[in-house]
Design a protein. Structure first.
Length: 408
């Protein structure tokens, strides 16, 4: 069809050989009838499919050059688009070459119609996209590698997060273990202080009773004192058993609470200090009617009362009869234990900031160790309570122990 397109462009210019331009174009051209029969093509098209001209022209249809899938696509998509719009752009097919190999191509087609609109033939251009396909394949491979690397990084990151979580978990476990050790050390320190005070008081009491016993010549007095020996020894045995029991429960992280009656604890404490009370001629009274009992660690409450009562006796004034009174009160959310005496008192302006410190003493007494109030405050705060003091020098002191409200 293009053999007649040889003409001159301008008398002063070189001849333009349109047939040569048609055949040597980088893209293939072919012309086909409405039924698909190829009636003309350029040389490049024949090179694409590796056929001779006489093997194609008027002998093959476009569908003869397509794969099975390509034929189906040609009938269902390509032909329909061309029929509806008259133009098809960049449809991808695989040509089956003469040797059976495939060539990926893009086809652009346009219908040529007569003046009455009848379809005469179709002109098509064919572009070899094998390099593009190879590039796309390489891109796909690169994308897969990138995806694989991304997945690997995600997996590694997940492992790192898991490792971080494990490290954090181990850190928390270590902190919990350290906290447990600190709690154990505190419990052991409390036990040592309680054992020291709770055993020293009855031993001192026994020593005082023994002094009275040795000085007395009255048989009835000696019998009465001997009875008190038995009472004190009984309390000493009970205290020892409680201390042993406390050792058995040291594995508990939380301090065990139980129902305790103030009168019972106070009577036991007074009995333990009976010798010192007799020796000091102290008047010891109590009234726990407002709050008779509380849920509290029994060993702690015994230690608290023992410390407060023994301190009142120890720091009594030589100028007047010692009076000691213990009582309880109830406020909205708390129970308060109050211990009052008329002893030497404490200069709070001078010593208030040191009052509950370890090994701090404020009076010249040979048996003062500076441990009792420190231990008392520690025990009270360990179970969520608090302790305050009001005092004037040579007028006495009042200690208030505030417990969480948990009446039995």
């Amino acid at each position: 069809m293009m053999s007649t397109l040889k003409t001159k462009y301008n008398p002063t210019m070189s001849h333009l050989d349109y047939e040569e331009l048609y055949n040597t174009s980088p893209c293939g051209y072919f012309c086909s009838l409405p039924d698909g029969t190829i009636i003309d093509s350029n040389t490049r098209f024949l090179e694409f499919i590796n056929y001779e001209r006489e093997e194609v022209i008027q002998k093959k249809k476009l569908t003869d050059l397509l794969s099975v899938g390509g034929k189906i696509y040609f009938e269902t998509v390509y032909s329909q688009i061309l029929k509806l719009g008259g133009v098809v752009e960049e449809i991808n097919f695989d040509f089956i070459k003469k040797d059976g190999t495939r060539l990926p191509v893009l086809i652009n087609s346009v219908e040529i119609k007569d003046t009455e609109g009848h379809h005469l033939f179709t002109q098509s251009t064919v572009f070899n996209i094998s390099q593009r396909k190879e590039y796309e394949r390489e891109l796909l491979i690169s994308k897969r590698k990138a995806d694989d690397l991304s997945n690997e990084l995600i997996a590694t990151n997940k492992k790192l997060r898991n490792s971080s979580s494990l490290i954090l978990k181990q850190k928390l476990q270590l902190e919990e273990f350290n906290h447990h050790l600190e709690n154990k050390n505190k419990q052991l320190l409390d036990f040592a202080h309680i054992a020291s005070h709770n055993l020293r008081a009855p031993v001192n009491n026994l020593d005082s009773l023994l002094g009275f016993y040795n000085e007395s010549t009255d048989i009835d007095d000696k019998a009465m004192l001997f009875t008190k020996f038995e009472i004190v020894i009984g309390h000493l045995t009970e205290t020892l058993n409680e201390l042993i029991e406390s050792v058995k429960i040291q594995e508990d992280v939380n301090i065990r609470h139980g129902p305790v009656v103030f009168d019972v604890i106070f009577d036991k404490t007074a009995a333990i200090l009976e010798g010192q009370i007799l020796e000091s001629k102290a008047v010891v009274t109590s009234n726990f009617s407002k709050a008779p009992a509380i849920e509290y660690p029994k060993l702690y409450l015994e230690s608290i009362m023992l410390n407060l009562l023994s301190n009142s006796i120890r720091y009594r004034s030589p100028d007047r009869i010692l009076k000691i009174h213990f009582c309880t009160e109830i406020n909205t959310n708390e129970v308060t234990l109050i211990a009052t005496d008329n002893g030497l008192g404490i200069d709070l302006k001078k010593y208030g900031h040191k009052l509950f410190g370890l090994s701090n003493t404020f009076h010249k007494h040979s048996d003062s160790k500076g441990v009792g109030l420190f231990m008392t405050k520690t025990q009270i705060e360990a179970v969520g309570g608090s302790i305050t003091v009001e005092s004037e020098v040579d007028k006495g002191a009042t200690f208030k122990i505030i417990f969480k409200k948990n009446l039995s």
